[in-house]
Design a protein around this ligand. Structure first.
Ligand code: NDP
Length: 244
């Protein structure tokens, strides 16, 4: 069991696949009490069975609906009475060139990748302030530092995640709340499956030939959580060694 992870109550959004699911596995193995949200309940049920979780530790959650995010956090509070870590992980990446005018995809990215993060923050902040402790981990990306082909909107959302996280960091000092941005490069998940622009999909497939396993992300998250309470790891940027 890792120090400062065991017994922590950790809520993870987008826990039905990829980085969220792998992080749930990794943290649960370190003794964390995970509470998992995503829209695909069947996936969450399989994960809960795999991890031996209480059936109430999963909840169908669409992060574009503030009330559903609040319900997920409330579920964690009902089960455990406190919340130590929120991982705002849910996201999608239907990258495309702007002139393809994929406006519905732009809206979805903004709703999930930006508003979903804000709703998560809103759902935990009152309780974390009351506790005078907690940690909010927001998932950005290498695309939050660098705009790639077709990445204008996706990178825009991930840049926003970093800006929101930095503002949050400055504001929550009085309550001893830690804030962490995790910015991965290409990691092997279902993320590229949301791309509908065929030209961009081809280029992205090339980048993702070198994708690293989701366990890389889970270890990074565990590192940030496991630090002593007085150590606030604010940002970790990592990518496959061969990724430009
Ligand atoms: P996946 O596609 O495997 O997982 C995305 C997760 O987000 C799923 O669990 C999905 O669950 C959830 N999700 C999507 N829309 C919603 C919604 N409206 N409400 C709730 N959950 C939602 O991709 P990753 O695991 O890779 O993505 C996780 C995060 O990591 C994202 O924020 C992504 O931008 C970021 N990231 C990933 C990188 C990578 O290379 N993999 C690189 C950089 C950042 P469901 O459909 O069941 O709701």
């Amino acid at each position: 069991m890792s120090q400062n992870i065991e017994n922590k109550v950790v809520v993870i959004t987008g826990a039905s696949s990829g980085l969220g699911a792998e992080t749930a596995r990794h943290l649960a193995a370190q003794g964390a009490k995970v509470v998992l949200g995503a829209r695909r309940l069947d996936r969450l049920e399989s994960l809960a069975a795999e991890l031996g979780l209480d059936a109430r530790a999963i909840l169908s959650t669409d992060v574009t609906d503030y009330l559903q995010v609040q319900a997920l956090v409330d579920r964690a509070l009902e089960l455990h009475g406190r919340i130590d870590v929120l991982i705002n992980n849910a996201g999608l990446m239907p990258s495309s060139m702007l002139d393809k005018l994929k406006i519905e995809e732009w809206n979805r990215m903004i709703d999930v990748n930006i508003k979903g993060v804000l709703y998560g923050i809103a759902a935990v902040l009152p309780k974390m302030k009351e506790q005078k402790s907690g940690q909010i981990i927001n998932v950005s990306s290498v695309a939050g530092h660098k705009v790639g082909p077709g990445g204008a909107v996706y990178a825009g959302t991930k840049w926003a995640v970093r800006a929101i996280s930095e503002g949050l960091r400055q504001e929550v000092k009085p309550w001893n709340i830690r804030t962490t941005i995790v910015s991965p490069g290409a990691v092997d998940t279902e993320l590229t499956g949301t791309i509908t622009d065929e030209d961009i999909a081809k280029g992205m497939a090339k980048t993702y030939e070198n994708a690293i396993p989701a366990s890389s992300f889970a270890r990074v998250v565990a590192f940030a959580i496991s630090q002593p309470d007085e150590v606030d790891v604010n940002e970790i940027l990592f990518r496959p060694t061969v990724q430009v």
